[in-house]
Design a protein around this ligand. Sequence first.
Ligand SMILES: Cc1ncc(COP(=O)(O)O)c(C=O)c1O
Length: 476
Amino acid sequence: MQDPGPVDSPSPDGSPVSGLRWTEELSILGETLRLLESFFDGLPPFQVDWKVDPMRRELLALARELADNDPYFHPLYAGQMLKPPHPVARMAWALSLFINPNNHALDGGRATSRLEKSCIRSLGQLVGWTDPLGHLTGGGTVANLEALWVGRERQPSRRAVVASEEAHYTHRRMAGLLGVPFVPVPVDSRGHMQMAALDAILERADVGTVVATVGTTGWGAVDPVDEILVRREQHGFRLHVDAAYGGYFSLVSEHLEPLTRKAYESLGACDSIVIDPHKHGLQPYGSGAVLFRNPEDAQVYAHDSPYTYYTASGGHLGEISLECSRSGAAAAALWSTLNLFPLDPGGCFAKQLWDGCLAARDLADCLARDSKWTILNRPELDILVFSARARSVREAGQFNRRIFEATRGQGLYLALFEVPGHRLVSAQPALEMDQATVSVLRSCLMKPEHRSWCGEWIRRLEAAWAGSVGKAARIP
Ligand SMILES: Cc1ncc(COP(=O)(O)O)c(C=O)c1O
């Protein structure tokens, strides 16, 4: 790997990129650890059998192994949904590991169970729920599984799960796991669930849960939650919202396009919602969340455990979650982050989210002005999908794959995305449709710093285009 350009390197406009160096975090962690340690000072000493040198050797070996990663934390990384955890989250997580609480039951993690409940109340604010049922999970997959499972258990029979063709693949898999049919709904030209197609499905199938995606994985598209709600009135299904990616954007919904804003304004009426703090919430991996509007959904989780739940009646998070042992450190990290960045539409965190959206729009505008590129979406959130111009769909795919490799050589990190060829043809109508699907370039502009790096990003992209496609491209 090339020099990743550490987080303290200056941006092209000369301003500092980030306040902290990684190693500086250790001094804060040291100070907080000394305080934590002092609370346990009264315990009789005991022997531990560990030696410094072998550990140091192994950790140095690990550091070398970890070098085999792309620099996900840097503004020049703009590929997959990878956003660096905030230092406060990292340090809170690390601090908690010295206790290693387990949020399954109160006797394993009293403090962090309390913090987790506080986090769930905060996340509830994103959809206007004051004290929702819910808990953190290992990630979006388990969170969605729980919502679909609760949906299945609260229905009279094994009814179908319906989600758009652009919904995350997990929904089809989880429906299979739950033994219920899965029905995909076609999308419109912007990747939104088509209402006419949903109507046709609702007429012919026994639908238990409709999943609306708020921020699709590929395009960051937002399904029309408000319109789906109208159909819920008529058909009585449950509405689950997969906002694993897009949930936090409700803080900036007033700036979004009118239809997107309407979808966000309707979130409070859904039955359940998934929001992943490890996507946009500045958290390390292992941080998803599922929330339910109706506290009575808790009855689906009802079970007893002969080993736990003896310290108090009620209040154990394991009583309302599918996973058993769960990291209390995840709750600690999220709690500290939410204290530092309250979920306030006018606050600093909201501004940072909006900066990512602006970065995606700026880049889209820049590329649209250049005849070498075709834009496939006007970013609804902060995900931009684009392609090199070519004569045919097949050629565009070849160009994009070459550019993808070449950008890495330029120290710019994008992602590839396989989409139906007609998506590219509708953006560039002169194109010959000689292949069903095509690899295009995709970029998740999740970091607020992305905005000030747009110029540098374009410069490197142009160099990659010149070095890989260059003269081969006869632009129609
Ligand atoms: C919309 C959506 N739902 C669910 C998931 C799955 O989440 P996780 O990877 O945290 O399990 C993702 C992941 O990208 C996603 O984008």
